[in-house]
Design a protein around this ligand. Structure first.
Ligand code: PLP
Length: 553
């Protein structure tokens, strides 16, 4: 549903889309033949504005489609709500380190021949009501397969559904077989053949995060033939659950971190669900100053991210100088956009992610007195935030307001800013320019999280709740620090009060003393982040696992 390739193309809302973009880049690096399909979100995901009081408003993100994408000849048609809708395709090409290219196809229903309510179907990412969403998913799933065929992709060996939004593609694959074999009822063999073609990755450990549509809506939006199929597959009772559709018709299913795999197995028992832990595209996320250092010492790190494992041999002062350069770039940016002057010698904490309730972004400010004491007695801190709330998420917007208010009340001691319009570019600056990457989600709701991996590649340790990828990347005091406890294999129940106290404890007793009094040891932690976590939590490793387990499996 979303792919984030560059900041200028606002066709993503957050982690899911950026991960898709990084996945495609890694496939291009590794020469994995692939073609990606998504929707052309002409209105983009919104621009975010935040006023002095912390109120978020949104603006349409106008972008010049023709500057980035090339329209492909031809269209396909699709039956939506009992009319035919025409779908056009635009293409972008992602190039890997060795020059191998992967096409990304953007589906577009904004054509003069379509009715107004169908022209806008591909305009808004996660906008509109249930009807709008189901129509979009029809364009993506069924339209996606038809567009691929139209463009001559007739020998695709695996269809990888990235989250349940694309699940309807299985209906088109089944229908293709039904048409080819000229009969109405599908045999087990045909269903099995489609299952062999399909792979499904789930990204959401929260039941409410999975798309579900009422039978009534399904009947009015989808073609009779598709609903018959869904009935025959036993995939629909009083509603259609897109996740179950994908689970039923895929021969390989995975979650995006080990813990997430386990949570998904419990949520969707008895389906066998494996896990492949997410990564980020290393060459894309390392900031230019650190790129220079890596180029000088670890020549092949771009083509072969495993090379990063020897980053512990890079002289400490070079790591520090590169980091300080990125920190200054971020500080300049903060001054330009907010007028606030950060101090390059002060310990800087970064927090950037979608402002969704479970991320608990405001937890850092739960105990202002304690925070002030730490700042005054142990070591100075300054804090930079960013993150958009979904336009209709009032709880998320309220969290932003609370953070801005807390920052205001501390303005004379602990500097803090909330930067508007978090996107790939801002993430670049922040994940390289701060001294600590903070993450406080409510476990077990963080499927993986990836921004901490971007920070690690830049030598920046995490202070994070033990959930998602951090359970695998965390070595206490070596790659960062944990908030909360491990509880064997079971998710630890969330306790906000305890978590906040632990956050302050770690800052006060471990992290700030290390930064201010034992700088050499702090830089050792930075090198560990690149060597231990950068060499593993990257999309080259991730893509290799998808190839072995999911595509050749
Ligand atoms: C990496 C990234 C994310 C995802 O970060 P999480 O840690 O998974 O929340 C979201 N938005 C942007 C712009 C990113 O670059």
């Amino acid at each position: 549903m979303e792919i984030g390739i560059i900041a200028e193309m606002p066709t993503y809302s957050g982690g899911l889309g950026v991960l898709a973009g990084d996945t495609i880049r890694a496939a291009a690096d590794l020469r994995v033949p692939m073609v990606a399909v998504t929707l052309l979100h002409r209105n983009g995901y919104c621009h975010q504005r935040i006023d002095a009081d912390g109120n978020q408003t949104e603006e349409v993100f106008d972008w010049d489609i023709e500057k980035f994408l090339t329209k492909q000849p031809g269209t396909i048609t699709l039956h939506v709500e009992s009319t035919e809708v025409e779908v056009a395709v635009w293409q972008y090409e992602v190039e890997g380190v060795g020059g191998f290219r992967i096409p990304v196809l953007f589906l577009d229903t904004d054509l003069p021949g379509n009715a107004p309510e169908h022209r806008n179907l591909t305009h808004n990412l996660y906008g509109g009501d249930q009807r709008y969403r189901l129509c979009q998913e029809k364009v993506l799933g069924i339209g996606g397969v038809r567009v691929l065929r139209e463009l001559g992709y007739n020998a695709i060996e695996r269809f990888h559904m990235n989250e349940g939004h694309a699940s309807l593609l299985v209906c088109e694959l089944l229908d293709e077989r039904r048409r080819a074999n000229k009969h109405d009822v599908l045999g087990d063999e045909e269903i099995e053949a489609v299952r062999r073609l399909c792979v499904f990755t789930t990204h959401t450990p929260v039941p409410a995060g999975h798309d579900k549509f009422s039978r009534e809506l399904v009947n009015s939006v989808l073609h009779g033939r598709t609903t018959e199929l869904l009935d025959q597959l036993d995939c629909m009772d009083d509603s259609l659950n897109m996740t179950y559709l994908a689970l039923n018709l895929s021969h390989y299913v995975n979650g995006v971190a080990k813990r997430h795999g386990q949570v998904s197995r419990e949520m969707f028992a008895p389906y066998p669900i494996d896990s492949i832990t997410n990564g980020v595209h290393a060459a894309r996320w390392v900031a230019p100053p650190m790129q220079k250092v890596l180029d000088a010492h670890l020549a092949s790190w771009r083509e072969d991210n495993y090379t990063l494992r020897t980053a512990t041999s890079i002289p400490r002062h070079e790591i520090w100088a590169a980091h300080q350069e990125s920190k200054n770039t971020l500080i300049d940016h903060i001054k330009t956009v907010s007028g606030v002057e950060f101090d390059p010698e002060v310990f800087t904490i970064g927090f950037a992610r979608r402002a969704a309730a479970y991320k608990r972004a405001d937890m850092f400010y739960d105990d202002l007195e304690r925070l002030l004491r730490i700042h005054n007695v142990v070591g100075k801190i300054q804090v930079v935030y960013a993150g958009k709330a979904h336009p209709s998420d009032e709880v998320g917007k309220d969290i932003i307001r609370r953070i801005v208010h807390a920052q205001k009340s501390l303005a004379h001691s602990i500097k803090g800013v909330y930067l508007a319009d978090y996107d790939i570019e801002l993430c670049h600056l922040m994940a390289a320019g701060v001294d600590l990457w903070l993450n406080t989600p409510e476990p077990p709701k963080e499927a993986s999280g990836t921004s901490g991996m971007k920070a690690a590649l830049n030598g920046i340790p995490s202070l994070s709740v033990l959930d998602g990828w951090w359970l695998e990347g965390w070595i206490e005091g070596q790659t960062g620090w944990a908030i909360g406890r491990t509880n064997g294999d079971a998710p630890t129940p969330a306790n906000r009060h305890e978590d906040a106290a632990m956050l302050y404890d770690k800052l006060e007793y471990l992290i700030l003393p290390l930064f201010y009094e034992r700088r050499t040891d702090f830089i050792q932690v930075m090198r560990n982040c690149i060597a231990l976590n950068g060499s593993f939590f990257n999309t080259q490793r991730m893509m290799s696992q998808y190839v072995l387990k999911a595509y050749f499996g």
